[in-house]
Design a protein around this ligand. Structure first.
Ligand code: HEM
Length: 141
């Protein structure tokens, strides 16, 4: 990833952290509305209590800060990956999450094109990292 993208992602990460739960709540609302097929995968109790939006917001912040050294996140991503594998998360689900997350960032923050493009690139890299780790976990299972 280019330096400019890394700089934009890292410099906007604190705003995302501050408003992370707002963004992830909007994300789930929009995703469940437009992609109802993924809804049964999620535990609605965790949605109601807010623990799932909080976990996703923390993971996104964590990813932003480590975007230029994803290996730092391997242990964390492996733990989340184990939860994903149990929930049967597959590579084809990642573009859905990416699209809805970007849309929520745009809606909540009113972020401009440059910021959104940087986050789109960052999400793409992050998704590849998750998918790779989960592929290994599926092979082992
Ligand atoms: C890079 C993108 C993603 C990140 C950063 C992420 C992050 C997380 C985190 C932090 C958790 C909580 C793990 C725990 O309980 O310890 C989680 C759980 C979960 N994720 Fe993801 N996730 C991503 C992509 C996806 C995708 C593509 C799907 C499929 C639509 C998905 C579905 C789930 C489900 C079903 C759970 C279990 C929680 C529940 O039952 O509500 N995630 N994810």
């Amino acid at each position: 990833m280019d330096q400019k993208t890394i700089e934009i992602v890292k410099s906007t990460a604190p705003i995302l952290k501050e408003r992370g739960e707002e963004i992830t709540k909007e994300f789930y609302r929009d995703m469940f509305e437009r992609y109802p097929e993924v809804k049964p995968m999620f535990d609605m109790g965790k949605q109601k209590s807010g623990s799932q939006p909080k976990a996703l917001a923390t993971a996104v912040w964590n990813a932003a800060m480590n975007i230029d050294n994803m290996e730092n996140m391997r242990a964390f991503v492996t733990k989340v990956g184990e939860v994903h594998v149990k929930s049967e998360v597959k590579p084809e689900h990642y573009p859905i999450v990416g699209e809805c997350l970007l849309k929520a960032i745009k809606t909540v923050l009113g972020a401009d094109e440059e910021v959104l493009n940087a986050w789109e690139k960052a999400y793409g890299e992050l998704a590849k990292f998750y998918i790779q780790i989960e592929e290994d976990l599926y092979k082992k299972a």
